[in-house]
Design a protein around this ligand. Sequence first.
Ligand SMILES: Nc1ncnc2c1ncn2[C@@H]1O[C@H](COP(=O)(O)OP(=O)(O)O)[C@@H](O)[C@H]1O
Ligand SMILES: [Mg+2]
Length: 209
Amino acid sequence: MIIAIANQKGGSGKTTTAINLAAALAERGKQVIVIDADPQASAQDWAGAAPQGRPFPVFVVGYARSNLAQHIEHIKEQYDYILIDCPPALGEMSRAAMSASDLVLIPVPPSPLDIRAAAPTITLYHEARTGRPQLRAALLVTRRIAGTSVGKQAAQALLGYELPVLSTEIYQRSAHVNAAGYGLPVTSFEPRGKAAQEYRRLAEEIASG
Ligand SMILES: Nc1ncnc2c1ncn2[C@@H]1O[C@H](COP(=O)(O)OP(=O)(O)O)[C@@H](O)[C@H]1O
Ligand SMILES: [Mg+2]
């Protein structure tokens, strides 16, 4: 399965989701690779900071600017999941990533501003889908602040996009910031923590279709 993790807005949780979802899927015994399609190369930085003797559990590769679709075609047979960490822009790269995918996963922090900011990404998804009818999309609530409910308005605004909203929600947790500093996914950094459990739940939800 090929998953493009896309949202034009920086800071929405794309890279955090690519890294931690990949690690959680790998924990389930799946062959997983992350393609870092962001020129800022955050996913590669993250994996590259892994401590000596504790290799990052998932292979993270840069995207060599040739044809993404061809590249994926080449490696597709080797992996159960190919996750593409898209850049915070809706240029050719995000378009190519969506057009090569089975699922566009759109992380959205549950604030009115962030929800509105997801609109152009969803438009790009609908465009990509015209050439690839099997392409699905799902919204993922990320960076939710504990102790708050996703406001009624926010929930309605999310549903207003008429795309599935995953039942797993990812909360804002310090483990994410710390894990990134140590070059680890939360599933390795704090295996029993809530942040790890949330990404495991997401992996389960994705794996169960
Ligand atoms: N669930 C979370 N809890 C705490 N911090 C988070 C969470 N998700 C993302 N962050 C932090 O927010 C910043 C942006 O997240 P990132 O995943 O890099 O977003 P994007 O790739 O969409 O730009 C990073 O510093 C990251 O550590
Ligand atoms: Mg990123």
